[in-house]
Design a protein around this ligand. Structure first.
Ligand SMILES: NC(=O)c1ccc[n+]([C@@H]2O[C@H](COP(=O)([O-])OP(=O)(O)OC[C@H]3O[C@@H](n4cnc5c(N)ncnc54)[C@H](O)[C@@H]3O)[C@@H](O)[C@H]2O)c1
Length: 313
């Protein structure tokens, strides 16, 4: 299949990720139909897009050819019948995702490419819901998707090489940095690396070795600052593999090898402390704090990207 054939994109789910993904495709000239099941959720999504003034909007019940309009919105899944590619960003739950793809499989053309933004679920298992699993793949964005360049393309057991190739070319066309994940393992590459860090961070908290704020400081002012420029294996090369090997042989046995989510995390969730969205987690979020943090994060991320692209050119 040819990348030129992809013109119309169906985004399923207008939450944190779906809205950002819709913005990327619209920015690069694709016609986007954004589906959300609830009116209230769609309203919040529209407010987020409008507040940025980034794209023209035509909130509609039925698609029209309004000149200049790039994101159309709908509550009716059958409006996605004519799209060339689906990007799904609904709840992180296998049955919920299979259910929506089962419906989309009946609605969409047999040539439609199906992609899921799951952070960790099995691509192959979600793909059992569709009749052409060779056209089904993971397309995993990083939050905020409209800013962060990395984009994992995950090959399920039945995903064809041709599908991966189209998605990689599509990602490049939208100035993203595609990463091909060749095996469908839980968490792919990014969520595995991220959770390995979170697991050890919470192990350090549980053992009373450092406070959450000090652990975050190590990453913000040390490790993470370098990671914006060099990957961990490049850093190992620069530091000297003999040193990394010596540290590894001494430290590895004392690291957390927990096979479940850390207890401190389970306890916070059970207490309804879900982080910024519930007002508290490891830290407290009085009204407006999370919004300000996100705005500050996005502004600085764009600044870092500008700096990186200046160096590249
Ligand atoms: N938030 C992140 O940092 C992040 C990053 C990468 C990938 N993801 C993945 O993207 C997906 C969405 O995450 P999010 O953070 O945007 O979630 P969210 O809760 O902000 O949005 C989910 C959206 O899906 C809709 N939805 C939920 N269940 C549905 C159903 N049964 N049918 C139709 N619509 C339904 C909700 O109405 C909501 O609009 C998840 O699979 C998540 O793992 C999230």
């Amino acid at each position: 299949m040819n990348i030129e054939r992809i013109k119309k994109i169906g985004i399923v789910g207008a939450g944190t990720m779906g809205v950002g993904v819709a913005e990327i495709f619209a920015e690069f000239g694709y016609t986007v139909i954004l589906y959300n099941r609830s009116q209230a959720g769609m309203q919040r999504a529209l407010e987020r897009i409008q507040s940025k003034g980034a794209v023209d909007l035509a909130p509609i019940e039925k698609e029209t050819d309004t000149a200049g309009a790039k994101i159309y919105t709908t509550h009716d899944l059958t409006e996605l019948a004519q799209v060339d590619l689906i990007s799904e960003s609904i709840a992180e739950n296998l049955e919920v995702k299979q259910d929506i793809f089962r419906k989309l499989d009946e609605i969409c053309d047999a040539k439609t490419l199906f992609t899921t933004n799951t952070s960790a679920l099995s691509i192959s298992q979600i793909a059992t819901a569709v009749s052409h699993p060779e056209r089904f793949a993971g397309m995993h964005y990083f939050n905020p998707p409209q800013i962060v360049p990395a984009l994992e393309i995950i090959k399920g057991e039945s995903t064809s090489d041709a599908t991966c190739e189209v998605l990689i070319n599509l990602a490049k066309q939208m100035k993203k940095q595609p990463i091909l994940v060749q095996k469908d393992v839980p968490g792919f590459v990014a969520s595995r690396l991220q959770f390995a860090v979170v697991r050890e961070a919470l192990h350090l908290v549980e053992e009373g070795i450092a406070s959450p704020a000090d652990i975050d400081a190590v990453v913000k002012h040390g490790l993470g600052l370098r990671w914006a420029l060099l990957g961990p294996l490049e850093i190992a090369d620069l530091g000297g593999l003999d040193i990394v090997n010596a540290v590894g042989s001494y430290v590895a046995k004392s690291l957390s090898n927990a096979t479940d989510s850390p207890k401190v995390l389970q306890d916070l969730v059970a207490a309804g402390k879900l982080g910024a969205k519930s007002g508290s987690g490891f830290y407290d979020y009085p009204l407006g704090k999370a919004r300000a943090l996100i705005a500050d994060r996005d502004e600085k991320l764009l600044e870092i990207l500008r700096l990186k692209s200046r160096d590249a050119s």
